[in-house]
Structure formats: structure tokens, C-alpha cells
Design a protein around this ligand. Structure first.
Ligand SMILES: C[S@@+](CC[C@H](N)C(=O)[O-])C[C@H]1O[C@@H](n2cnc3c(N)ncnc32)[C@H](O)[C@@H]1O
Length: 252
């Protein structure tokens, strides 16, 4: 198991055991880094809600909800029909098993193609989300809609995390993100969190260009042993890459 800590004892304990027993597709590596990002937001005084599009049985949602303050709220959106209608009951049961207060989150059974940004904002008691995980349907139509919904409700200091980037099963999905970034030049990729396996795939972490400094150095320092020092160029700027194995090839 990768030796990584979010810095939050209860979350680390959850990630070491319960997390991987909940069916889902997000890696423990990414959850630890994202948990740290939520801790960092709290330390910086950034308050707001949690939003996940594509909640499935709640693995990643529950992990991030553990970092919410008592007056913040989690909203998990899913059609909750795949692979069967039982997924909704599994989600609720997993939240209860993990000790999430039923009043601290909303399970919204809906198709994101049918909702507007105003509908979504109305579900967020803070009116904005400081942390958004986009992990719904992986096609151009849905990801475009999901990114626009996320963008519309994002706290100015918040982050949007997108799952399954650079996944061999969705090789062109990244083009939808590049199109989103072209429409919203105020946003950029803050960090690429590399995969653990083909299903526990890479995530992109996005934030506003003018907020990069408040996260980047902190991530680089906290996760120094996972820092791939060559980074990645994304549309003209160098982006931080964190990977379970940052070993560089020998070239001399
Ligand atoms: C890959 S799973 C999410 C995994 C989960 N986030 C995790 O980390 O374990 C994708 C989810 O997106 C949901 N989904 C697909 N299309 C959707 C849509 N249009 N609106 C809402 N949810 C959708 C599916 O039902 C499925 O549960």
C-alpha cells in the first residue's frame, strides 16, 4: 500500500480500511491528496459546500465529506440506476456505516443533463462549492454539461477535480476539458494526480489562475516524495504532477 497521508487522522484511518471496501473507482492516493486540499482550504478560511457528480456507492464522496465543517454540506448527484437501482440504498448505507450525519449531505437522484446551474445552486446551502468532483458519464455531452455546472457553482477559491483523465478507456475525454479551459481562461490545471491502476485512474485538479499560488507550493512540499519533478505542460504552462512512483529514467 502506498505510504501517503492526508494529514487528517480520521480520514487516514478511513482510507486505510473502509474506503477500499466501498465499491468505487477513485484511488486511495487521490483521496489522500484531495483530502489534504480540503484541509488546506479550511486552514485558509475557505468555506463552502462539497459537490460530487457521479457518486455511485459513495467511496470518494464519503472521504471528502469527512473534511466538511459542521455548517457545510455535501451534495452527491447520480442517476443512481447503474448497475441497478440498489446503488442508491448502498450509497445511503455506506454513508451511515461511515458515520456521516444524514443531515450533512443530500443524495440527489437526477440526470445532470436535465438540471440548470440555478437548480444546483439551490441545493447548496452555502450557494457555492469549495470542492467539486466531476465523475459522471464520460462523454462529450455529459462532461461538457458537468463542467459548466461545476464552474457555475464553484467558490472563487475552490477546486474542480476531474476523474479518469488520460484513461486508456477514454483516450479523447481530455479534449472536452481542454475545450472547457479554452472557454474559461481564468481556470487552469493546478495539479495532475497520477493513477494507481487502470480503474483508479488519474485526476486533474483545476482552480482559478489567480488561486494557483495558494495551493501549488503547499502540495509540492507536503507531497514531495510523490513529486514528478519534470511536471507536465498543459496549454503553455507547467503543471504539478504527483504520482505514486516519481522515479525518473536513467539517461546517462
Ligand atoms: C465512475 S462512476 C463514479 C465513481 C465514484 N465517483 C467513485 O469515486 O467511486 C460514474 C457514475 O456517474 C453516474 N452518471 C452517469 N451519467 C450520469 C448523469 N447524466 N447524471 C448523473 N449521474 C450520472 C453513474 O450512474 C455512475 O454511478
Amino acid at each position: 500500500m502506498i505510504d501517503i497521508s492526508s494529514g487528517h487522522a480520521a480520514l487516514d484511518a478511513f482510507l486505510a480500511g473502509h474506503y477500499l471496501r466501498i465499491r468505487g473507482m477513485s484511488s486511495r492516493f487521490a483521496a489522500a491528496i484531495c483530502g489534504h486540499i480540503m484541509r488546506r482550504q479550511t486552514a485558509l478560511g475557505i468555506t463552502g459546500d462539497l459537490l460530487e457528480i457521479g457518486t455511485f456507492e459513495g467511496r470518494f464522496f464519503i472521504a471528502m465529506a469527512m473534511l466538511l465543517a459542521p455548517d457545510e454540506h455535501g451534495v452527491g448527484i447520480d442517476v443512481f440506476t447503474w448497475p441497478s437501482a440498489r446503488v442508491y440504498d448502498h450509497f445511503l448505507a455506506n454513508c451511515a456505516d461511515a458515520g456521516l450525519d444524514a443531515h450533512s449531505y443530500t443524495a440527489w437522484k437526477t440526470d445532470t443533463r436535465t438540471i440548470t446551474a440555478d437548480d444546483l445552486r439551490a441545493k447548496l446551502p452555502a450557494g457555492a462549492a469549495r470542492f467539486v468532483h466531476v465523475d459522471g458519464e464520460h462523454n462529450v455531452e455529459c462532461l461538457t454539461q458537468d463542467l459548466e455546472l461545476a464552474h457555475a457553482v464553484l467558490h472563487p477559491d475552490g477546486v474542480i477535480v476531474i476523474d479518469d483523465m488520460l484513461h486508456p478507456g477514454y483516450p479523447t475525454l481530455v479534449t472536452t476539458v481542454l475545450d472547457y479551459l479554452a472557454r474559461h481562461p481564468e481556470m487552469r490545471v493546478l495539479c495532475i494526480i497520477d493513477r494507481e491502476s487502470i480503474t483508479a485512474a488519474a485526476k486533474f485538479v483545476l482552480c482559478r489562475v489567480d488561486r494557483v499560488a495558494s495551493y501549488e507550493q503547499d502540495l509540492m512540499t507536503t507531497f514531495a516524495k510523490f513529486h514528478y519533478v519534470l511536471g507536465a505542460y498543459v496549454t503553455g504552462y507547467l503543471t504539478l504532477v504527483l504520482t505514486p512512483d516519481p522515479t525518473l529514467p536513467k539517461v546517462d
